[in-house]
Design a protein around this ligand. Structure first.
Ligand code: 13P
Ligand code: SF4
Length: 328
């Protein structure tokens, strides 16, 4: 018996030509940025008008390095809370602004620090690897941080005789366990946005674009990852799409990524990864940031990320370990 595939019109982003002029609000933000001696760091999932005026656009790893290395006085971080918090941890003398403090992350929420502490007490001697999508308090309780861009490399550095707990993303964790052949205990967290992409819906889109390679973020389910030609971080997606001979590529991650791909590779067509109910998927947390909120943050120097210094120092240890190991 054949299963009926969902009848959803795919969301297709054709090649782009030319740039629109900046809006008055974008101009105002750039003026305020100069006045405040600020730098705008933005994640690949931000809306296109934010991406256009960012000084640096990238994945969590690139953003952590950019935050650490900036000489600007203020960092306007257009991403989610754990990313802005990481910027403050690695560069504490800077003022870090997040346009909307409610820009959280379901993965981060899925691993409360007290629950992790209880688990670690019951399982002493476990080496905790935390995906960067977690709170500063969870980072402070971890041995090593990783991002989707370096998770395999980081887990390979964990001494072979240590048992690993991987938090909070079970999907990234199971993908890394397979790549590294390491057995890991997986915290049962997931990204609410990435687990909505289904193999079933993807199959329907693949049938409409035969030959188009599929790229997927490792936060997707195993069924989706198994159908993909490349499973990688958002930054690595750029390189894959540049190098691929294909002129049409199916992109299974948050839709903001497609703006970045169009900016870098304007002559290719990108097709958004589908869910069972929709042709594409946005992260409701990433999409809380708007141009208006950016302007207000630079104008009012608020909302600002603040942190207890003792917590910051403890959280910095596993992040700095990652930043050092990731370069080598
Ligand atoms: P990247 O580091 O690959 O950009 O992923 C961040 C993220 O939150 C994905 O949902
Ligand atoms: Fe968190 Fe998922 Fe949004 Fe990324 S896409 S910030 S993992 S909720």
């Amino acid at each position: 018996m054949s299963i009926k595939l969902p009848d959803i019109e795919p969301k297709v982003f054709p090649p782009v030509t030319g740039d629109q002029p900046l809006s008055p609000l974008q101009e105002e933000i750039l003026e305020l940025k100069e006045k405040r001696n600020a730098v705008i760091l933005a994640h690949n999932y931000q809306i296109e008008p934010i991406q256009r005026i960012a000084d640096y656009l990238g994945d969590s790893l690139g953003l952590a390095y950019a935050a650490k290395e900036t000489e600007a006085e203020t960092i306007l971080f257009c991403g989610v809370h754990f990313m802005a918090e990481t910027a403050k941890i690695v560069n504490p003398d800077k003022r870090v602004l997040l346009p909307d403090m409610e820009a959280g992350c379901s993965l981060s929420d899925s691993c409360p620090a007290d629950k992790l502490a209880a688990w670690q007490t019951a399982n002493p001697n476990v080496y905790t690897v935390a995906y960067i999508n977690c709170s500063a308090a969870v980072k402070a309780q971890s041995d090593l941080i990783c991002t989707s861009g370096n998770a395999v490399k980081m887990v390979e550095r964990v001494p072979a005789d240590r048992e690993i707990l991987f938090v909070p993303d079970q999907n990234l964790g199971s993908w890394v366990a397979r790549q590294t052949n390491r057995t890991m205990q997986l915290w049962p967290g997931s990204c609410y946005a990435h687990v909505m992409f289904t193999a079933h819906a993807l199959e329907a889109v693949r049938k409409q674009f035969p030959g188009a390679p599929v790229i997927a973020h490792p936060e997707c389910t195993e069924a989706v990852r198994d159908m993909s030609d490349e499973v990688c971080s958002t930054e690595r997606m750029i390189a894959f799409c540049k190098d691929s001979p294909a002129d049409k590529i199916i992109v299974v991650t948050e839709t903001g990524m497609i703006h970045r791909l169009q900016k870098e590779i304007p002559d290719k067509t990108f097709i958004a990864g589908p869910t069972d109910n929709c042709a594409c998927n946005d992260c409701r947390f990433m999409k809380r940031n708007t141009l208006e909120k950016m302007r207000n943050a630079l104008r009012d120097l608020s909302p600002e990320i603040t942190m207890d210094e003792d917590l910051r120092k403890r959280a910095a240890v596993p992040i700095e370990r990652m930043l050092e190991w990731s370069r080598t």
